[in-house]
Design a protein around this ligand. Structure first.
Ligand code: HEM
Length: 512
């Protein structure tokens, strides 16, 4: 939250504490049995308890009040879910009641007035798009068609490290990974790249940054109706300007795709926008896709997929630097399965169970999207508690992944916990095991899981195979990196991962 937001909250809470004593006795409903929670302040409710790292704040509240808690952000009721058993109730037993997400003013605005997918109500449009994701857009077959893009971008990243290694120069690994993943997702979606310091790539990168920041910025008007018509934080204006800039760029790209389609098409691989434009012209399709739907969908894909995936890679590398035993074991696995004369590829990952376990263990401790956001559509009773319709729900998957009732020594980085007696990986990460939910669960679970895993596992395996990473300023191998988290709703690292890459294989092995 910005300084302005804190100031607003502070002023409101100051006024409200004067009213608090009288009010407290009335805030608890008498007839219904709501989950427990701390006492609310009038007007702001529990906003003051949130702090800058919501998953930590929710975790601390759970330690005090239990696995299901009710709070109020302004006038909006929220339920906090913090244990695997409770998560199962919300995500499985009552799945349909919680298959919705609350829409903020920003998500509605940036999603073309509610035409987006990630925040769409669970209904015909969402179902249509979900089916498309699974059959056309993000299916195994489509991702196979995009293999050359993924391969080129990973190789480009390795090349950059190789040059830095030859020049003895350190690299901000996190920044480069964001660009690499951004390139993959933009090329898959619209045949555009976002790395480069000038021209369109720079424009796209700045747009993405601005849109992403606005989407998660705290907006008091989302919680206190009084502020809805007063643009106290200037957010409304910024939303308008940024959305217009974004839309102008998207229109340009859509038009270019339409013109290209008329001229040629056929043999080259279709990007997501080509596929969506084709579907929008299909009179027999179950839904009529509009231009707004297409632009909003593409925005959702890069919004949901870029930072989360790149951060998954960054946290994995940081853990490997801090755990030389694990790094050595991963390297031995790659050397014995792939060797040193060709670059490890996506298709090798099936035969690298320890590498898969490393990525799982990283996402258990560092789920890059640490809180699942849902909303109830109907009144429900869970564990004897009344959950009213239209309650927001925070499922703290960061807390669930370190629950001591389910994980032995939960804070240790120990990939072996994901290896079974036959040496294969165990505990699936697609939402069947409620103590491990990095990609959510059920119908609303992440549709980008396969793509994210392909990118993270292949990139990390290639880095392990080709480079040693020396920590900047430390000179020596064997130092440790700080594992603190930055504030915010996405799990960024507090300290950038700046390393000197040292080529382990020279020359770099080439893809066959
Ligand atoms: C490590 C990387 C990633 C992580 C940790 C992650 C995590 C998540 C989580 C926790 C959810 C909410 C699930 C739920 O409510 O049950 C989600 C939803 C979503 N993710 Fe991902 N994700 C990642 C990568 C991606 C990628 C690469 C894409 C697309 C290319 C993507 C697209 C989406 C979309 C569109 C949704 C909303 C789905 C819906 O509402 O139906 N994600 N993701």
């Amino acid at each position: 939250m910005e300084l302005l937001s804190y100031t607003i909250l502070f002023l409101i809470s100051l006024v409200s504490t004067f009213l608090a004593l009288n009010f407290f006795s009335k805030t608890r409903a008498k007839t219904r049995h709501y989950p427990p929670g701390p006492l609310a302040l009038p007007i702001i409710g529990h906003m003051h308890l949130f702090g800058s790292s919501p998953h930590h704040a929710l975790y601390n509240l759970a330690k005090r009040y239990g696995e299901i808690i009710s709070i109020r952000l302004g006038s909006v009721p929220y339920i906090i879910v913090s244990s695997p058993e409770a998560a199962r109730e919300f995500l499985r037993t009552h799945e349909l009641a919680f298959a919705y997400r609350p829409q903020s003013i920003a998500t509605r605005y940036l999603g073309y007035g509610g035409h987006g997918f990630a925040f769409a109500p669970y209904g015909p449009y969402w179902k249509f798009m979900k089916k498309l994701c699974m059959s056309e857009l993000l299916s195994g077959r489509s991702l196979g068609n995009f293999l050359p893009i993924k391969r080129e971008e990973i190789q480009g990243f390795l090349q950059l490290l190789s040059i830095a290694s030859a020049d003895n120069k350190s690299v901000n690994i996190g920044e480069e990974l964001q660009l690499m993943v951004g390139n993959v997702i933009w090329r898959m979606s619209m045949s555009r790249r976002c790395s480069g310091n000038e021209g369109e790539a720079k424009e796209i990168r700045m747009l993405v940054n601005d849109v992403s920041k606005l989407q998660i910025e705290f907006n008091i008007a989302d919680y206190i109706g009084f502020f809805r018509n007063i643009d106290l934080q200037g957010l409304g204006k910024r939303l308008e300007v940024t959305h217009q800039r974004f839309d102008k760029k998207m229109e340009e790209i859509v038009r270019e795709h339409e013109e290209k389609k008329e001229k040629e098409r056929g043999e080259s691989v279709k990007d997501l926008m080509d596929i969506l434009l084709e579907i929008s012209e299909d009179e027999s399709a179950d839904m009529k896709l509009t231009r707004e739907h297409i632009k909003a969908f593409i925005r959702d894909i890069f919004g949901a997929g870029t930072a989360t995936t790149a951060l998954g890679m960054e946290w994995t590398l940081a853990e490997l630097i801090n755990n030389p035993r694990v790094l050595k074991k991963a390297r031995d696995e790659i050397d014995s399965v792939v060797g040193k004369h060709r670059l490890v590829q996506e298709s090798d990952i099936l035969n690298l169970p320890y590498m898969q376990a490393i990525v799982k263990e990283t996402l258990r401790l560092h789920p890059t999207d640490p809180i699942i956001l849902r909303e109830s559509i109907q009144d429900c009773k869970i564990n004897g508690y009344d959950i009213p319709a239209k309650s927001g729900v925070f499922i703290n998957i960061w807390a669930v992944g370190r629950d001591p009732n389910h994980w032995e020594n939960p804070l240790d980085f120990h990939p072996e916990r994901f290896i079974d007696e036959n040496g294969q990986t165990q505990i699936d990460l697609r939402g069947q095991h409620y103590h491990f939910l990095p990609f959510g669960s059920g119908r609303r679970g992440c549709p980008g899981t396969t793509l994210a895993l392909q990118l993270i596992e292949t990139t990390i395996a290639a880095m392990v195979q080709c480079f040693n990473l020396k920590i900047d300023g430390n000179g020596e191998e064997g130092g440790t990196v700080d594992m603190s988290e930055a504030p915010g709703l996405t799990l960024y690292r507090a300290q950038p991962l700046i390393c000197l890459p040292v080529a382990r294989l020279d020359p770099l092995p080439l893809v066959e």
